[in-house]
Design a protein around this ligand. Structure first.
Ligand SMILES: CC(C)(COP(=O)(O)OP(=O)(O)OC[C@H]1O[C@@H](n2cnc3c(N)ncnc32)[C@H](O)[C@@H]1OP(=O)(O)O)[C@@H](O)C(=O)NCCC(=O)NCCS
Length: 194
């Protein structure tokens, strides 16, 4: 940490490699998505804890789209970096690649963003973390994009919450016509009263 209390991005960057063994397979013979998500959570914690030098928890995970299946026998490599730091939260960007040794092919499996929040050891409440010492244009770009994602996440959560509260179920039921659901067994509150 420098005198002003900032740490470099490089100081907490982490690379994790794991061989995809047969016990990780799902019923289709590919690696279970949950195994990959578990490794992503592990590296997110390692990266964030290394930046804040303390305890932190996973507050949210952005969408994870699996672009390519991972095969048993592949070597999975996860790259994690702190993109953005707020007051107590840290956005960790994670890129996952799978490597097939025999064919010499490396595939981009997925990318996601984990928001980790540092907690005080004593109070277990969110606590301030060191800022980021940005060293090049790419790190600045990532910080700006992380800040934007934080804003969009909040707006999205608020929007969903507002829509849920204002939901008119009668109107929504009319709009469900043509959707892949069947309301023929519906027991409405009116039916129950009769
Ligand atoms: C994450 C948690 C600590 C936030 O607590 P809180 O009292 O809501 O905290 P605050 O509202 O003061 O927010 C603290 C920070 O967390 C961020 N945050 C809170 N909820 C968030 C969410 N759902 N997604 C992303 N960031 C979130 C805030 O933006 C804020 O960031 P900042 O300090 O950089 O501005 C709390 O919700 C929690 O403990 N959740 C359970 C975490 C957990 O058990 N994870 C799985 C096991 S590790």
């Amino acid at each position: 940490m420098n005198e002003a209390g900032f740490r470099t991005v490089k100081s907490s960057q982490v690379i994790l490699k794991e061989l995809m063994v047969p016990s990780y397979a799902n019923f289709g013979g590919k690696v279970h998505g949950g195994v990959i998500l578990g490794l992503m959570d592990k590296i997110a914690y390692t990266c964030a804890a290394s930046h804040c030098k303390g305890y932190c928890v996973t507050a949210s995970v952005d969408s994870v789209d699996f672009m390519n299946p991972v095969e048993v026998g592949d070597l999975l490599t996860l790259y994690a970096s702190v993109n953005y730091v707020g007051t107590s939260s840290m956005e960790v960007g994670i890129k996952v690649e799978s490597e097939n040794f025999r064919e010499g092919i490396i595939k981009h499996t997925n990318t996601s963003y984990f928001t980790m929040v540092a907690l005080s050891e004593e109070t277990r409440q969110p606590t301030r973390v060191a800022g980021l010492l940005l060293e090049d244009e790419e790190e600045i770009r990532r910080f700006v994009m992380g800040k934007l994602r934080k804003k969009l996440r909040r707006a999205h959560q608020q929007e969903i919450s507002d829509i849920g509260e204002a939901l008119n179920l009668r109107q929504a039921m009319i709009e469900l016509q043509g959707e892949n659901c069947d309301l023929s067994l519906l027991v409405t509150q009116e039916t129950v009263k009769v």
